[in-house]
Design a protein around this ligand. Structure first.
Ligand SMILES: Cc1cc2nc3c(=O)[nH]c(=O)nc-3n(C[C@H](O)[C@H](O)[C@H](O)COP(=O)(O)OP(=O)(O)OC[C@H]3O[C@@H](n4cnc5c(N)ncnc54)[C@H](O)[C@@H]3O)c2cc1C
Ligand code: FES
Length: 264
């Protein structure tokens, strides 16, 4: 984990209300794992005092560039969207655990809802690097409110993965949720492994829709304070031994969890 200031390379709107920022960090580019997140100070001044957690969206290891893709939804992300190339960004990370990498012969599904899909792209990059000859075994399902908000369709095609898309209003692809789409397309057998990022209702539907033998890892989002397991603002309930339950800190025990261990 590093805490340093890194120079912003670019920061621009990619689609309505959503920004892509790149900053240069050899430390993070060399050590981060897909699924980990960064705790970012969104302003050079003192307010807002708390950092904001954002996933690592992509890494260019040749140029040591780290990308975040974020939706402007409040003060912190609003200030972040105003930062310019050349300014310094205060970043703590990489934090949390990452996704378990798949085995070579597994059938894999990656599933994202809205901006929740952001961390899946770093995972796709790593899968492509390590399993390039098996990318026919990888399917990507993305859902969004409308066609403007589907994250990274062109990138998925460019990387050679099979992409399937759903929109709530039917403006692109399948009309309905990404889980409905998954159930429509995947009618025979089951993926060995599913990686999902998105809102909690999507995870609940996924738990019902997916085969019991599929291993499912999800990245959970919650308000965070310290990002280091100290302040308790991100506690969630997970299954413990037998029928017991335990508290887990999303910032250090997650954000990636086995879906079947989460107690909603
Ligand atoms: C591990 C992790 C990874 C994340 N990765 C991304 C990412 O890659 N891209 C991205 O756009 N967002 C991501 N988020 C969500 C992001 O952290 C929040 O949108 C951000 O903190 C909001 O800050 P703000 O000051 O702009 O909004 P605030 O003013 O703090 O809040 C604005 C609104 O957003 C809600 N909100 C704030 N934080 C969260 C949260 N963590 N989960 C759910 N709702 C929240 C608030 O309740 C409020 O309604 C991630 C969150 C976590 C925990
Ligand atoms: S954010 Fe402080 S304990 Fe997780």
């Amino acid at each position: 984990m590093f805490n340093s200031k890194y120079e912003i390379e670019e920061n621009y709107q990619v689609f309505p209300g959503h920004y892509l920022m790149a900053f240069k960090s050899l430390d993070i580019a060399r050590t981060a794992l897909p699924g980990q997140f960064l705790h970012i100070r969104c302003y050079q001044g003192t307010e807002p005092i708390l950092r904001r957690p954002l996933s690592i969206h992509s890494i260019n290891k040749e140029k040591n560039l780290v990308y975040i893709l974020y939706r402007v939804c409040g003060r912190g992300t609003g200030l972040l969207s105003g930062m310019k190339a050349g300014e310094m960004l205060d970043v703590l990370g990489p934090l949390g655990n990452g996704f378990t990498m798949p085995k070579n012969d597994e059938k894999i599904v990656l599933m994202g809802g809205g901006i929740g899909a952001a961390p899946l792209f770093f995972l796709l990059e790593e899968i492509k690097t390590h399993f390039d000859k098996r990318i026919d075994k990888v399917s990507v399902f993305l859902g969004a409110a409308n066609s403007d908000l589907i994250v990274g369709k062109e990138k998925i095609n460019k990387m050679g993965f099979s992409g399937y898309y759903a929109t709530d209003d039917g403006s692109s692809g399948f009309k309905g949720t990404v889980i409905d789409l998954f159930e429509t397309i995947w009618t025979e057998g089951s993926p060995d492994r599913i990686y999902a990022c998105g809102p909690s209702p999507m995870f609940r539907s996924l738990a019902e829709a997916a085969d019991k033998n599929a291993r499912i890892e999800v990245s959970v989002e919650e308000h965070m304070g310290c990002g280091l397991g100290v302040c308790l603002s991100c506690v969630c309930k997970v299954a413990g031994p037998g029928t017991s339950t335990e508290n887990a800190h999303i910032c250090v025990d997650g954000p990636v969890f086995d879906l079947r261990k989460i107690i909603f």
